[in-house]
Design a protein. Structure first.
Length: 114
């Protein structure tokens, strides 16, 4: 079973930058889909960015052009680079790994405020 641990959250000012990490332990199959999700207070969890094992990426309109998802296969770590964050980006950020099953991390809090 793969375990995921997010890190890198915290307080960031609007217009700043922050990089979240998602470290995966256990064996990751050759074919997978890794994604980042956000749950804002009082809202449903929202998928923000996806990367496949082939390297294809997709983004939600709300973060397109500002956030970048990447994967370091050698380190079994996924990243979410957050540039120009806005107060609406505040929430708990989760990574998810889909293989033959879905694996979720426990989340890391990101607060965007001046």
């Amino acid at each position: 079973q793969v375990q995921l641990v997010e890190s890198g959250g915290g307080l960031v000012q609007p217009g700043g930058s922050l990089r979240l990490s998602c470290a995966a332990s256990g064996r990751i199959p050759s074919f997978y889909v890794m994604s980042w999700h956000r749950q804002a207070p009082g809202k449903q969890r929202e998928r923000l960015a996806v990367i496949t094992s082939a390297g294809s990426t997709t983004y939600a309109d709300s973060v397109k052009g500002r956030f970048t998802i990447s994967m370091d296969n050698g380190q079994n770590t996924a990243y979410l680079q957050m540039n120009d964050p806005k107060p609406d980006d505040t929430g708990v950020y989760y990574c998810k790994l889909d293989t033959d099953r879905s694996n979720w991390g426990r989340g890391t809090q990101v607060t965007v405020a001046s």
